[in-house]
Design a protein around this ligand. Structure first.
Ligand SMILES: [Fe+2]
Length: 197
């Protein structure tokens, strides 16, 4: 995850490796979600950080150590960067090792997906559903409101689906559950699993 420009130290937008995700995220949604919403969070964060005492920290550390406007914008940059980077139109499947970890934690991969979708569908208002791994190697699914990220609870976040309406309303209107189930085919598990290191 490259989030900082090494020349000027400013946070940058993640590059998209796809123009759309056919059945899940249209080019129109991406133009607003990546091109407008995320860009605003990145621009706001870069304006807010100078003089805050948080300059030079990693993005995750800014999220851990900030409140208010800086927390909201830093959290949304971290959340969206992880979200956009985990999808691919040539997504790699889950490894046998990950399949076993998930099956041990949730009964089966299908049970995991069902619980993940259910937690995303039932999150009230705006937020994110996450799969994370804790310090003991245990996988957990959490609902996080607004700009929250599991790093503030000491977890290592691996996978996330954005359930803010801006993520799906142009394509699915009120059908959040349909949006969530459509995303799985584009999850690149090689990216998700690289976050365990
Ligand atoms: Fe979003």
């Amino acid at each position: 995850m490259k989030v900082i420009n090494p020349v000027n130290g400013l946070f940058i937008m993640p590059e998209l490796g796809y123009a759309s995700l056919d059945n899940a995220i249209s080019a129109n949604t991406l133009s607003f979600h990546h091109g407008k919403h995320l860009k605003a969070y990145v621009d706001n964060l870069n304006k807010l950080l100078p003089g805050s005492g948080l300059e030079g920290l990693s993005l995750a550390d800014v999220v851990r150590k900030s409140q208010g406007a800086i927390f909201n914008n830093a959290g949304q940059v971290l959340n969206h960067t992880m979200y956009f980077e985990q999808f691919s139109t040539s997504a790699k499947p889950m490894s046998d090792k990950m399949n076993k970890l998930i099956s041990d934690a949730f009964g089966s991969v299908e049970s995991f997906k069902k619980e993940f979708e259910q937690k995303g569908a039932t999150l009230f208002g705006s937020g994110w559903v996450w799969l994370s791994i804790d310090a003991n190697g245990k996988l957990v699914i959490t609902q996080q409101k607004n700009a929250e990220n599991p790093v503030t609870d000491g977890l290592n976040p691996l996978l996330t689906f954005d359930v803010w309406e801006h993520a799906y309303y142009l394509d699915f209107q009120n059908r959040r559950a349909d949006y969530l189930s459509a995303l799985w085919q584009y999850v690149d598990w090689s990216v998700v699993e690289s976050r365990m290191n």
